[in-house]
Design a protein around this ligand. Structure first.
Ligand code: SAM
Length: 275
């Protein structure tokens, strides 16, 4: 793609701007522009969309998003060392790339969202990825301000996001994600795809919002899943004792000898609504 977008190869960009990867910032860069294009394509048609990207780094994914025609990319990057490299991309695509220097965890994406479709696409820093996902699943309004989330996670986290009842990886994250979204793992990337390589395999997860999730109060659902999966090997009558135990489960018409990992999202919502 270097030839395709006319910008210099990423290795050269990294060297010229002294962007040695910092572990504390979760910096595992994607330098192969075929791979960044594959991630960007997973988000579907971008020509009409504003894309929020977290952690553009030297800009590999940013370039793919712009080359694939994203109407606008708004990228939030914490590492100020990356800003000059990103400014070069912004110059190359006038008016289409806005870079915000800051912490994505403290960024109000909902307030920044313009009119029209918004997609979030990111190779997330692993130390804050799950929290960012949970933030995007709890906007002030539903349906949310975003049309889709296309996010890179450690594979183990991806498996927890898409897990359903009776899956080994099913837990709190699977319940919250399953309640509000439809999610699937698009493809895996081996550690060698990144510079420097992380220790584990990564996966791209694509999530779209359910138009009408089951009516449920999120704090109650969280309290419930915390209690249920906090002691996942126990029967629900024991793990949910502090919340009402046997009596609560009877009211929800759920066998109290079942274990947390067997309950569907609908059953979790049914119990949460009785709390
Ligand atoms: N998008 C680039 C790529 O695919 O090569 C870099 C991805 S790297 C896994 C994660 C990026 O997120 C780094 O550029 C890092 O500086 C940035 N980052 C880390 N923590 C952040 C935070 N809290 N807010 C915004 N960016 C952050």
């Amino acid at each position: 793609m270097a030839a395709l977008d006319g910008l210099p190869p990423l290795r050269e960009v990294i060297q010229r701007h002294g962007l040695d990867a910092k572990k504390a910032l979760g910096q595992n860069f994607l330098l192969d522009l075929n791979i960044t294009q594959k991630v960007a394509r997973t988000a579907g048609d971008l020509t009409d969309a504003t894309v929020f990207e977290v952690g553009p780094g030297p800009g590999g994914l940013t370039r793919a998003l712009l080359a694939l025609g994203a109407k606008k990319v708004i990228a939030v990057e914490r590492d100020s060392r990356c800003l000059p490299a990103l400014a070069e991309i912004a110059d190359h695509y006038p008016g289409r790339l806005e870079v915000i220097e800051g912490d994505a965890l403290k960024t109000d994406f909902e307030a920044l969202a313009p009119q029209g479709p918004v997609k979030i696409v990111a190779n997330l820093p692993y130390n804050v990825g799950t929290q960012l996902l949970l933030n995007w699943l709890m906007p002030r309004q539903w349906p949310p301000f975003w049309q889709s989330l296309t996010l890179m996670f450690q594979k183990e986290v991806g498996e927890r996001i898409v897990a359903e009842a009776n899956d080994d990886h099913y837990g709190r994250l699977g319940v919250i994600c399953g309640w509000r979204t439809e999610a699937y793992m698009a493809f895996d990337l081996s550690p060698q795809a990144f510079t420097p390589p992380p220790k584990v395999t990564s996966t791209v997860v694509h999530l779209t919002p359910r138009a009408e999730p089951i009516q449920c109060d999120l704090p109650k659902l969280e309290k419930l899943t915390q209690a249920a999966f906090g002691q996942r090997r126990k029967m629900l009558r024991a793990s949910l004792k502090p919340l009402g135990g046997e009596a609560l489960l009877n009211r929800a018409d759920i066998d109290s000898s079942r274990r947390a990992e067997t309950l569907t999202v609908e059953e979790f919502c049914r119990i949460a609504n009785l709390l």
